[in-house]
Design a protein around this ligand. Structure first.
Ligand SMILES: Cc1cc2nc3c(=O)[nH]c(=O)nc-3n(C[C@H](O)[C@H](O)[C@H](O)COP(=O)(O)OP(=O)(O)OC[C@H]3O[C@@H](n4cnc5c(N)ncnc54)[C@H](O)[C@@H]3O)c2cc1C
Length: 331
């Protein structure tokens, strides 16, 4: 746990969200001798916290868990506490633009505080949608925590070769994901629609095209309502259905998308969003104003929240770009 930082009168950069992107932004701020405030709700709300092993992180040839990587990044930020005030657990409730920059109200230790900064970096990430079984999202956690259910093709596709896969989802995104997984050479792919009609809501032409592709590639689907999971001890993804049937896969793959893309703060600041709901930025990660198509002065968006590829090395790169740009232009 971080100590108790003192709120300074003002900062050069206020960073909202302390996952991989926000922590890197905070570290870089300090390394450039600028004052930063880092406001984070806590690692348990970050996307990688439950990733048991990540294989694409430079410097970790045997992989590293998301949890351990966040700890290492947080440790580096605590070492620069002369420059960075690290508020966690703390929740930013909004961002206001002022004549001299920005004000970020946040809840910390049961009090409302306001961090003032010349620039703001939004690094709030996104939150994965979980399958609801009997109205609860908990049932799948043990399988997800043991990497028996994956969430990201770029992160885990390479672990799916020669495996049977049950894909959770029913819409066009789920179908496209199931087809994409074939690239990694699984023995079989089956879509589990959890009681929804396959491709419900898709325009007829798209639905026809995708059904044709599923048929051609031998990807099956099953419409049964999921009532629970088993075979954890056997390191399998066993699924029980309401009709009393049971199916067993080597791996599950969640293709349910995201609950929300943390849009309320960027929306209140007039940011532009892409078709998938991500904040649009330029190459320096400056948030683009929807009204003008121009960068909003002093406002950056990094990591998963911006349009990009939702990977940790990219979250670091975007954080670096944003802080170096802020250093050069606004500070
Ligand atoms: C199961 C799984 C496995 C993955 N495996 C890999 C992998 O192997 N390799 C890889 O490169 N990537 C992997 N990823 C993707 C990776 O986790 C994300 O790309 C990365 O976490 C993005 O970092 P971020 O900082 O943008 O967002 P996050 O890590 O999600 O962090 C966002 C932070 O913002 C905070 N926050 C949000 N709103 C507020 C607010 N209002 N006030 C204060 N704080 C707030 C949250 O508490 C959180 O700490 C995986 C993802 C998942 C789900």
């Amino acid at each position: 746990m971080p100590g108790f930082p003192r709120l300074k009168e003002s900062y050069d950069v206020v960073i909202v969200g302390g996952g991989h992107a926000g922590l890197q932004a905070a570290l870089k701020t300090a390394l450039l001798n600028h004052k930063g405030a880092l406001i984070d709700r806590g690692p348990k709300f970050g996307r990688s916290y439950y990733a048991p092993v990540m294989d694409n992180i430079p410097g970790f040839p045997n992989g590293i868990s998301g949890h351990a990587l966040l700890d290492l990044q947080a440790e580096a930020v605590r070492k620069v506490d002369a420059w960075v005030s690290y508020f966690s657990p703390a929740v930013a409730t909004g961002v206001r633009r002022t004549e001299s920059g920005y004000e970020v109200p946040f809840e910390w230790l049961k009090q409302t505080q306001v961090a003032k900064g010349k620039a703001v970096v939004l690094a709030q990430g996104v939150v994965d949608r979980m399958l609801e079984v009997g109205g609860e999202i908990k049932p799948i956690f043990p399988w997800a925590n043991q990497a028996l259910v994956d969430f990201c093709i770029f992160c885990d596709g390479h672990t799916l070769g020669a495996k049977s896969i049950g894909v959770l989802g029913h819409d066009a995104f789920a179908v496209r994901t199931a087809l994409d997984l074939l690239h990694f050479g699984p023995t079989s792919v089956e879509i589990l629609t959890h009681g929804h009609p396959l491709l419900e809501g898709s325009p007829p032409a798209e639905a026809d095209e995708l059904r044709g592709a599923l048929h051609e590639k031998g990807v099956t689907h099953f419409d049964g309502v999921v009532t629970g999971f088993d075979e954890l001890r056997e390191k399998k993804f066993g699924v029980r259905f309401a009709d009393g049937s049971h199916r067993s896969y080597d791996k599950g793959f969640s293709a349910l998308g995201w609950y929300q893309l943390n849009q309320s703060i960027p929306r209140s600041l007039g940011c532009r969003f892409d078709g998938d709901g991500y904040v649009v930025t330029d190459e320096d990660c400056r948030a683009i104003a929807d009204a003008t198509g121009e960068p909003i002065p002093g406002l950056y968006c990094v990591g998963d929240q911006r349009n990009g590829w939702n990977q940790i090395p990219e979250s670091w790169a975007t954080a670096e770009r944003a802080i170096i740009h802020a250093y050069s232009y606004y500070l």
